[in-house]
Design a binder for this molecule. Sequence first.
Ligand code: DGT
Ligand code: CA
Ligand code: CA
Ligand code: ZN
Length: 577
Amino acid sequence: MILNHEIAKILFEIGDYLELQEIPFKPKAYHQAAIMLDGFSEDVGQIYKEKGLKGLEELPSIGISIAEKIEEFLKTGTIVYYSELKKQSPIDFENLTKVEGLGVKRIKKLYNELGIRDIKTLEEKLDRVASLPGFGQKTADNIKGALEFLKQSKGRFLLREIIPLVDKIEKRLKNTKGVVNVLVSGSTRRRKETIGDVDFLVGINDDADRYIIETVMNTFVSLDEVIKVVSKGETRSSVKTSEGLDMDLRVVRMSSFGSASQYFTGSKEHNIALRRIAIKQGFKLNEYGLFMNDTKVRGETEEGIYERLGLSWVEPELREDQGEIVAAQEGTLPTLITEKDIKGDFHCHSGWDGGDLSLEDMASLAMEMRYEYLGISDHTKSLRIENGLDESALLRQIKEIDRINHEFKEKEIPFRLLKGSEVDILKDGSLDISDYVLSKLDYVSISIHSHFKMSKYQMTERVLSAMNNPYVRILNHPTGKILGKRDSFEIDLDEIFKKAKERGIAIEINSYRADINSQYVRKLKEMGIKMTIGSDAHARNEFADIRFGLYQARRGWASKENILNTMSLDALKDYWK
Ligand code: DGT
Ligand code: CA
Ligand code: CA
Ligand code: ZN
């Protein structure tokens, strides 16, 4: 929900500024309101429209003063209180908090002790950071790494973060007069995990006049989100949004819509390989169509083009020139896993380890997703910032799940919660929960959440040793990477995959982190290792994010058979025995 998110971001920052001024209580209120809003499933704009200020005030964690700020934002697009705080503050919070590892407390110290105000002064005074009390060389190195990371990733956007905006614009274009079809093409359609720019394709009737094209172009360049029009032409326009995202639009006649879809979906490498095949057969292929001796033989549909060239239609996620063309010629393309195949999720967090979701809430959210089961995988005790569960809490949770499942059974509801856990792998490779308690769970998934800076050998041994525990069924986010945020730690994945194969442990494709990318998926598939797709949801609106893991699975050629969460509950329980 892009509006909720936008407001939440501002409220959170207000909290930060207040914390900086050492004002009591208020910061927490703003932070809590922001966290609630970000995870809230309904659009605040809609709530305000229907119920006014009162509706906002009735939301959890929101009192009258914050409700008024939200109202102000909805009415005017800004919050004066926020702009004032920001103006008064000597510190550029917005950008400094983007540096992984820098929270309000540290930023405050950096300012007070070294006069660091923004990214630039941070870079300048970096060598003095290590000697600050409470920082040390390790922290300074981490900050340095995070700064480099920030620079590197500039320019590309996470698919997950732009999709809401893209959907909105797609709808807007679809509702424009004279528009027959809209396709989001380019890397967005191929579901690449990061996007350089978004490529919209609009189809209009063959006999549409110039006025129609003009209307489409005008709609596009005057979208609310657009702050800069880079170019505006007869058939093509480019713009920049306020978040810095570039977007292209091309308008084509419907008789060329298929060939244009094919061309602008790419990838460039796939297109070049396909064009080579066309040329070999005496055709010419471009965005306007497939031609033989200047006569257009195909163009309306993508399928038609592939078919005429002797290929089956290729799913966009596979179009990377990674063997898909030959497979399409030979009719050996895989049947990719689809959203419908997913019967449950093994990675999500309840209010027991933070957040505000009860187990019942989670069950009903899972049923909304049409799942058969949901694995509760709260963190364990070593993860103190996340309120990790200790043995006794886990045992209580197990009881509670049994009780809820019993109720489902009584009421003949065909859904079950699974007793899972995201158990912490300690520095020495042991798990932080006793085997006795682990044996009571339906499945155990394990993760590294600490001590990232080990040698490759040590880290590999650590994880291998954890994988030897007989109750382990899933290894979560094996590289530690969080795409766009944090790099992977050193680890020998070949060894890890071998062990996974040997012990029948599944490797997680984490939807949020995107650390297991399509190349790894493909390798795991080839090795015959099962995978899971995990949403890693901590809030209401994050369950549906499982689709981003699904996209990476598809880009890695995964079929239903390769992914554990496509199994029915009975088959799964059998498998885990
Ligand atoms: P991006 O934007 O970096 O995430 O990646 P794409 O794939 O969206 O690339 P983009 O936006 O430059 O171009 C969109 C599509 O247009 C691309 O996937 C294939 C097609 N295309 C662009 N340039 C060429 C080219 O030089 N040759 C061919 N055959 N196709 C091209
Ligand atoms: Ca693009
Ligand atoms: Ca482009
Ligand atoms: Zn998790």
